[in-house]
Design a protein around this ligand. Sequence first.
Ligand SMILES: CSC[C@H]1O[C@@H](n2cnc3c(O)ncnc32)[C@H](O)[C@@H]1O
Ligand SMILES: [Zn+2]
Length: 428
Amino acid sequence: MDLLIKSATIITLNSENEILKGDILIENGKISRISEGIELPKEKIPSTKVIDAENLIALPGFINAHTHCGQTILRSYADDLPLYEWLFEKIFPAEGRLTKEIVYYSSLLGIAEMLKCGTTMFFDMYFHEDMTAKAVLETGIKAVLSRGLQTDERQQQRLDETKELIYNYSSDKIKVFFGPHSVYTCSYELLEKVVELSEEFNTGIMIHLSESEDEVNQCYEKYDMSPVKLCQKAGLFTRPCVAAHCVYVDDEDIEILAENGVTAVYNPTSNLKLGNGFAPVFNLIKSGVNVAIGTDSAASNNNLNILEEIHIAALLEKGMYKLPEILKAQEVLKMATVNAAASAGIHNTGRLQEGYSADIVLIKADDLNMLPCYNPISNIVYSSNPSNVFATIVDGKILYMDGKLLTIDEESLVKEIKSIEKVLKESI
Ligand SMILES: CSC[C@H]1O[C@@H](n2cnc3c(O)ncnc32)[C@H](O)[C@@H]1O
Ligand SMILES: [Zn+2]
């Protein structure tokens, strides 16, 4: 069914602060027209659903540029720990117990939460990633997926799984990237191999990069250079590269990221919760680095609420520099939309523009916490929460509307998650 969104307040993100009042016509999953007073021809009326958006704000769907959807099942399993203790002593051993079936339901749980927050696409790194792909296709959300890679006796198997993902799932909905986990879990040779393969398969790379002080110190000890320089040396930045965290990057690192068109993904909550500190977001942007925004996983955040991430991102920088104008609301909104799409070379989403995919979030503008509205962009960044999300639309299909998930059976998902929780409580 086609869609006509009538009389919306439209944040296009096409140009600085462009806000229109008008209609959006969606045909065959694409935005075919944005204009005032669109009238449907008679023959189109039966096949077009009309949404009265007089009290709604329409903007590009949010893109969560770094998460681990299959890890949602470990929410609140290991909290208040530093990164390496959290990862090596708690998370990796627990992940050994996660079956394909668990990762499937965990992915559904993560996707359900993201849809309720207005997310239309996410970047993911995990294992049993074919199960995340299955959940993506069933629910209708979009994703850039990667099988996490590490150096050990199963390194080749993980590379083979990445190739299988590419063969089996690459489509309009799913892009597959190579996902070397980090410089501390991957050998230099593996990093080089990933570059070679990403060239061969004409795809990109996502990696955790310079997340903690320990990572950087160990990298200097082992390689006598920073993680950013090591990745550059291995050739990672000759490919489209999405680097999560980038907390401990010095001026030379930032220049390298900017010159090579690397996207840095800001994960403020995860960085705070794991005690890793604050990424130099202002310096990154000022130096020309493309910055996107991500929640990281529900095991380190502990939610997948991109609206909260946007809010925290906008506030942190102001407080750190004691400069409220340093990171404006519109800039943060771009990180969660346009910039993220650009990071994967996807040029038909992240904006509301004719010809683009209809990946749209509709936000209620007349909820109490959204009133009054002198500036819709400010209200979204500083005032909104997931209860204000009215609809999440991907490729013109409504996946969430008025409190209901339309492609996920929420009741049976809750039952499945509770029974998995029971099993995991006894085994991890
Ligand atoms: C091998 S699949 C991906 C792997 O990444 C782990 N992970 C999740 N969050 C983080 C983080 O912030 N830093 C490093 N690694 C992280 C996840 O548990 C999976 O094992
Ligand atoms: Zn991560």
